[in-house]
Design a protein around this ligand. Structure first.
Ligand code: ASP
Length: 328
């Protein structure tokens, strides 16, 4: 009996030395809760996406995935923390398109958006909607654009920091219209939405995950969506592209990241839990009610995300440069 066990232990150690992948397969990760960084304020669209995915991933991984919000500086504060964390699978992040805009806007960025992260997979591409406080006189999108041209720098808009999706959308719109509305920055568009409801500024361009319910309840006015196709949860809103803004298109893609250097088995478990979440009927249903859907499984992979990010960094860099935008 004793001999058998010694043989087994010796055999196991020998296998781990000769085949490191065998050692990796033995890890019992995760043995404690996992911190999921959301580099934007609670209650906003990234937070909404992250919490839905976290709930499903917790069930698959058998440990709680706990969302931590750290908004500010267009998400770069939270992502800097993730880049500096131990690559052990206990710190991961859900962030979005702003990860691709950061290098063009923040010259003092302390991390490399591609090489300091493990890219786990894309989650969803969220359309955006152009909205206003109900007191703005424009009743439809063409009236809104006329009003923006006329009022120009008297118009105020909310955004989630330089480089955020809400910032980018308004940057593109302002450039097209040749106007200079004044931006009001927040740590995320969750708090920005509260202030829009409180008439603290005029307009915002933000994800349908943060605007759909308020538009439907008549608390804010919705004018148009930023995708080329209509959004099924907001059927009355035309795409900006179908009117005077031909070619206008922006959506906020979200993805899952970790600090660079995760052990292979940890990566595999996280990617599997992500893939399961994206097929989870609860996630699919809730996404649909908010105007979005999970990306197809082949995009929710490390290779597909890395390739996408590598293409998005120069793409947005050119838009930002053409618009003359500067970070902090
Ligand atoms: N929606 C924000 C943005 O404009 C971020 C957030 O609060 O989730 O990028």
């Amino acid at each position: 009996m004793r001999l058998d066990r010694r043989v087994l232990v010796f055999g196991g150690l020998a296998a781990m030395t000769l085949f490191p992948q065998f050692a990796a397969a033995q890890s019992n990760y995760p043995t404690r809760s996992i911190a999921l960084m959301v580099p934007a304020a609670a209650g906003g669209p990234t937070d909404t996406v992250a919490r839905l995915v976290a709930e499903s991933m917790s069930r698959t991984l058998g440990q709680t995935v706990v969302v931590e919000n750290a908004g500010g500086a267009g998400g770069t504060i939270g992502m800097a923390r993730v880049a500096a964390a131990a690559p052990d699978g206990y710190t991961i992040a859900v962030w979005h398109i702003a990860h691709a805009t950061a290098p063009s806007l923040y010259p003092a960025l302390k991390y490399d958006v591609i090489n300091d992260f493990d890219h786990l997979g894309r989650i969803t591409d969220v359309p955006m909607a152009l909205v206003s406080r109900t007191g703005v006189p424009a009743q439809n999108v063409s009236e809104l654009l006329t009003w923006m041209r006329r009022e120009n720098d008297k118009v105020t808009y909310g955004h989630a920091g330089v480089g955020s999706a809400s910032f980018l959308c308004m940057l593109m719109l302002s450039k097209e219209l040749d106007v200079q509305p004044r931006g009001v920055g927040y740590r995320g568009t969750g708090p920005a939405m509260n202030d829009l409801l409180g008439n603290q500024f005029d307009i915002m361009c933000d994800q349908t995950t943060n605007t759909t319910n308020q538009i439907k309840e008549g608390k804010i006015r919705g004018y148009a969506v930023t995708t080329k196709a209509k959004v099924s949860s907001l059927p009355d809103l035309p795409p900006l592209d179908s009117g005077p803004m031909k070619g206008f298109e922006v959506s906020a893609w979200h993805a899952l990241w970790a600090p660079k250097g995760l052990p292979k088995d940890v990566t595999d478990k996280l990617v599997n839990a992500l893939q399961v979440a994206l097929k989870d009927p609860k996630v699919v249903e809730r996404f649909a009610s908010l105007g979005t859907e999970p990306v197809p499984a082949q995009l929710a992979t490390p290779a597909a995300l890395k390739e996408h990010l590598a293409a998005e960094v120069p793409r947005w860099g050119a838009v930002i440069k053409a618009a003359g935008a500067k970070g902090e």
